[in-house]
Design a protein around this ligand. Structure first.
Ligand code: GLU
Length: 294
């Protein structure tokens, strides 16, 4: 059966919170190859809602590395930090639908959670919120909203599941998933001072930017469950997904900014050429994934 997409656009959406490493190279090059195969736009999106961790230096290095990799992207680069009104509108819509509730759990706990929510929750960062504030009465909420300096808006997964029933989605490589609502916690979608989180902004942007096929690492499969719920609640267009395998280091550990994986910058500085860098994960490995797109 021929793959049917509502749009042939695809995207690479890095967060400028560190230098690109080999995992990013794989992801960017793979998305770029997919874009060429589909003949749609290849879109670069800068996911910079976390103002404390994002920096212009890292953003510039993303442009430099993509140029060095000879990856050409569409001129309309979207910066999430410049589009907060869009996310604000979406969270208000979810408030009207009664699908989010304010959470006032201790400041330090919220802070830690917000830090996580601002970034794509790669597997080990997932945490399940016990739902304490879901049980507050309407009066308690109104009173706390008026008095607390900081609070978060959490998705009410149970209410969403009641409304939506079983949600099913398909990954081109990994197959069919049913959103496991029963084992998911109420994730943070926004907070008082920053009206968004990774989940809300990435989902809305994929809709606004007409992304027909989302390619990203398989550590984000759990995030896709949440994105599916948001899409249905907000009646957004639904892309098709292809989660690719992760590049592991020699100890079998996923490369990440926190494990200080070798950066493209340092690989370049050590004299490696583009082909040498691609050779570290094998171009054929990456290209073979294109066979999942028929
Ligand atoms: N900004 C996210 C990251 O760097 C991208 C997540 C996605 O592709 O949806 O991990």
């Amino acid at each position: 059966m021929k793959l049917k997409l509502y749009s042939n656009n695809t995207r690479f959406a890095p967060s400028p919170t560190g230098y690109m490493h080999l995992g990013h190279v794989f992801s960017a090059l793979f998305s770029y190859e997919v874009a060429k195969k589909l003949g749609g736009k290849f879109i670069l999106r800068i996911e910079d809602i976390d103002s404390q961790r994002s920096s212009k230096i890292f953003e510039e290095s993303i442009y430099e590395d993509l140029e060095w990799l000879q990856i050409k992207y569409s001129k309309d680069v979207r910066h999430q930090s410049r589009n907060m009104n869009d996310y604000q509108g979406a969270i208000q819509e979810l408030q009207k639908l009664d699908m989010v509730y304010p959470c006032f759990c201790s400041r330090s706990k919220i802070k830690a959670e917000i830090m996580r929510a601002g970034n794509a929750p790669h597997e080990e960062e997932n945490s399940i919120y016990p739902g304490t504030c879901r049980r507050l009465s309407k009066e308690e909420r109104i009173e706390k909203i008026a008095n607390e300096n900081s609070f978060a808006w959490r998705l009410n997964i149970r209410a969403a599941s009641k409304k939506l029933g079983n949600l099913v989605w398909n990954d081109l490589r990994l197959g069919k998933y049913t959103v496991p609502v029963g084992t998911m916690g109420d994730v943070v979608l926004a907070r008082k001072d920053v009206p968004t989180s990774y989940h809300l902004s990435a989902t809305l942007d994929d809709h606004i930017q007409r992304i027909g096929l989302v390619t990203r690492g398989e550590d984000l499969v759990n995030a896709t469950h949440i994105h599916k719920i948001i899409q249905v609640l907000l009646q957004l267009k639904s892309p098709i997904y292809l989660h690719h395998p992760l590049i592991l280091d020699s100890n079998g550990i996923r490369l990440s900014k926190r494990t200080r994986a070798q950066t493209v910058k340092s690989l370049k500085a050590s004299g490696l050429k583009k082909e040498d860098v691609i050779g570290l994960f094998g171009k054929e490995n990456m290209l073979s994934l294109l066979n999942f797109i028929k």
